[in-house]
Design a protein around this ligand. Structure first.
Ligand code: ATP
Ligand code: MG
Length: 361
């Protein structure tokens, strides 16, 4: 069986370091591993519109930003197909048919949708499109017959929902769809990187992000303002690691060689953590170290981005070509789906012959 990746992001803002550790870094590794037959990376503009209906300009402006961030991180359009969701009408059509396979109560139980509804204060008036976006996500994944979806932990309920739809479809109509699996980050800190404010998730919509394209002094300012242990007041106080954003980021980003370069008095992260919990290590020193680590990781990304920014027309062309290529694949799946559901009347000569016979006197 072919190994196919589908993954993507909503163009609701520039991409941040949470996207990077949760999904983007892995995608580039998988792309370069050569182990996958096809990789589709989708800019989910139609999904972004489900909770930004009154602000289409925001979505429109951010498509190019997300594309630039992809290229900056090392997504190579020769190896991966980058597509824009709204340009593939087959995805909407698949969504419509899958809607019949999902109940309202099942959608209401989706924990990610639940928490996102709360976060957006949608409780009283949830747009139908937003409520049903897990179904459209199932359409995106299955349209490309994806086997693997590299994503952060918040996407687990979406993958569960997709698997249920695939199972139901294949049982009711016959095997036409491939069941996908989520590929989570191996490093626990990367499953759901918290925001710089210590909130559970760094998210474009919460404004607690360090963006990939951020300039060095802005990154430094954000790192120095990060949430740590509120009870760690004097340097001599023992510090807590749990919920301490700075240490979570070090778990996600630091490598042994960073200690050699920037903090040689510690052999590794464990030694630094031990000192912090014992007491005697100030937040500022740890934050300065994290700043060095992040600057090193982000510099090549920022530089590559600046190169692509010089040729925006070329980037739009990548998106256009990718969307065209993706549409051909989605169209094949849609045909298979409609064949399985028997809504292929004009191709079904038996059906026509049967009805001719029925009315032949
Ligand atoms: P929005 O607030 O508009 O939903 P977002 O920041 O949550 O934006 P998405 O585009 O919804 O970003 O998510 C894209 C991908 O990045 C998904 O695979 C998601 O799991 C992953 N991701 C997003 N935020 C984080 C995070 N803080 N830590 C790890 N992975 C993340
Ligand atoms: Mg999100």
């Amino acid at each position: 069986m072919s190994k196919i990746i589908l993954t993507g992001d909503r163009p609701t803002g520039r991409l941040h370091v949470g996207h990077y550790v949760g999904s983007l870094r892995r995608r580039v590794e998988l792309q370069n591993s050569g182990e996958y037959d096809k990789i589709y990376i989708m800019i989910a503009d139609a999904q972004a519109l489900t909770d930004n209906a009154d602000n289409p300009e925001k979505v429109r402006e951010n498509i190019i930003e997300v594309a630039l961030d992809y290229l900056a991180c090392g997504i190579d359009p020769e190896k991966s197909t980058i597509l824009i969701q709204s340009q593939i009408p087959e995805l909407t059509e698949l969504t419509f048919y899958y809607m019949n396979l999902v109940t309202v109560s099942r959608l209401q139980r989706n924990p990610t949708v639940k928490s996102e509804i709360k976060m957006r204060n949608f409780e009283a008036s949830i747009p139908v499109g937003f409520f049903t976006y897990p179904i459209s996500q199932a359409a995106d994944i299955t349209a490309f017959q994806a086997t693997t979806v590299p994503a952060g932990e918040d996407q687990m309920p979406m993958l569960e929902q997709t698997k249920e739809i695939v199972h139901k479809f294949n049982t009711v109509y016959g095997e036409a769809l491939t069941e996908p699996n989520i590929l989570l980050p191996e490093n626990e800190a990367c499953l759901r990187l918290p925001g710089i404010d210590g909130k559970a998730k760094m998210s474009k919509s919460l404004g607690n992000c360090i963006y990939l394209a951020e300039e060095p002094d802005e990154v430094k300012k954000k790192v120095m303002s990060m949430y740590t242990d509120p009870d760690h007041i004097k340097i001599t106080d023992p510090g807590k690691l749990e919920g301490n954003t700075v240490f979570i980021y070090l778990d996600a980003f630091s490598k042994p060689e960073h200690f050699e370069r920037y903090l040689p008095e510690y052999a590794n992260l464990q030694e630094l953590k031990d000192h912090y919990t014992r007491g005697g290590l100030g937040d500022v020193k740890v934050k300065k170290f994290l700043n060095n680590v992040l600057q090193e990781e982000l510099e090549p990304i920022r530089n590559r981005r600046h190169e692509y920014e010089k040729d925006i027309a070329y980037v739009y062309n990548i998106l256009k070509k990718g969307s065209e290529e993706a549409e051909k694949v989605a169209a094949q799946t849609l045909t298979a789906v409609k064949d399985a559901m028997k809504i292929n009347y004009f191709e079904d000569s038996e059906l026509i012959a049967k009805h001719i016979a029925k009315y032949q006197k």
